[in-house]
Design a protein around this ligand. Structure first.
Ligand code: SF4
Ligand code: SF4
Length: 363
């Protein structure tokens, strides 16, 4: 991967270059208080684009997998029916995607495109997406108390699956790394100059310092993956976890690696129906309710254990080549019951000695 240096004063010119190449560019902005969000960059708001800020709760997965997506229109009277698929094929670039979210998008790629069935709606959005990863280097502004990309091995600097990566080296300089031919093509622009050995050394030193600044650095994942995969977690542990769930669905809606959706038809005109897909949540009782009303996962803890099985079981890790948790910490931040991923992993580990496997036989 080629590296270049760009001055702080020129970093936002990358946004301009992408807009000049025909991309709709989205970037992070500050809202009120802790609130931050991705929005379309325009001439009017370009100066307000932020580089160091808390990661938005609403994840950038919506650029490939929107929370509501129109799939097709069906129209026409008296059986003279026309079906028109609706594809989003504009070129889009997202500036300021954190490393955990780059890993989240890769996880979605594996799910929607990595198997026999390829999701055509996802594919069209994904192939037109340019990702500018910004490495979290400012512990005060970039890294929250709930972040644990170190444990999920997704950050602070993404290793791949971006087009361009930017990292603040301090002293008014950023390092740019190309992750794709489209990213490398930008290096022909005069704002980029060659990196020296000293720049690479600064990058290494900054990353070493950033890693030390994370509050959570102990990964309890491996044993939890084993317990979840072997099914050795006692029901009472799942019940303890499930009893803390308010069934709001927040954890799944903010998760950059959750993939579930439901499909619904809605009347949009006298002779027109639209088919949409909408994010769904395994926390909600309707998620597993069948047409006749029977629900095999009626109890909340049955639905909660499903979420962690899906994210941590060996079967899915082998299938998707990674865990469906990238360590963004969003579920920990939004859950009123304090059963985000780090807490659940901890609860499972602390309850581990009680599992049937570990108990001595009486005879
Ligand atoms: S955010 Fe917490 S309370 Fe809400 S559905 Fe998820 S686990 Fe349950
Ligand atoms: S499970 Fe939680 S911490 Fe892991 S990727 Fe999803 S929202 Fe982030």
């Amino acid at each position: 991967m080629k590296a270049r240096i760009v001055d702080l004063a020129d970093v936002l010119k990358i946004v301009d270059l992408l807009r000049g190449r025909g991309y709709d560019v989205f970037a992070p902005f500050c809202g009120r208080g802790r609130d931050t969000f991705f929005d379309t960059v325009t001439d009017a708001n370009r100066q307000q684009v932020q580089i160091h800020l808390p990661n938005p709760y609403y994840p950038p997965k919506r650029f490939v997998f929107p929370h509501i997506e129109r799939l097709m229109k069906v129209r026409g009277p008296n059986g003279d029916m026309k079906i028109e698929p609706i594809y989003q094929e504009r070129q889009r670039a997202v500036f300021g995607v954190r490393s955990c979210d780059v890993a989240g998008l890769w996880h979605l790629d594996r799910f929607y495109l990595g198997r026999d069935f390829r999701d055509v709606y996802y594919e069209k959005r994904r192939k037109n997406l340019f990702l500018v990863n910004v490495v979290c280097t400012d512990p005060a502004r970039d890294i929250g108390d709930d972040c644990f990309c170190l444990c999920a091995d997704t950050g602070p600097a993404a290793r791949d699956h971006f087009d361009l990566q930017l990292m603040d080296l301090g002293d008014g300089e950023f390092m740019a790394v190309a992750g794709s031919p489209a990213g490398e093509e930008l290096f022909s622009e005069p704002i980029f100059r060659k990196a020296t050995a000293a720049h690479l050394e600064r990058r290494r030193a900054i990353l070493a310092g950033v890693r030390r600044s994370f509050r959570i650095t102990t990964s309890w994942f491996p044993a939890t993956v084993r317990y979840v995969s072997q099914g050795t977690i006692l029901d009472k542990t799942w019940e303890e976890i499930g009893n803390r769930c308010l069934e709001c669905g927040g954890c799944t809606y903010v998760c950059p690696a959750c993939t579930c959706f439901t499909v619904s038809d809605r009347q949009v005109g006298p002779e027109e129906v639209e088919r949409v897909r909408i994010w769904d949540s395994c926390a909600l009782s309707g998620f597993t309710r069948m047409a006749g009303g029977f629900n095999p996962r009626r109890a909340v803890h049955d639905r909660r254990n499903r979420r962690f099985f899906r994210k941590l079981a060996q079967y899915f890790i082998q299938r998707e080549l990674d865990m469906a948790c990238v360590g963004c910490g969003r579920c920990a931040a939004v859950c009123h019951g304090d059963i985000g991923m780090p807490s659940v992993v901890e609860m499972i580990r602390r309850a581990a000695p009680e599992t049937a496997q570990n108990e001595p036989a009486q005879h």
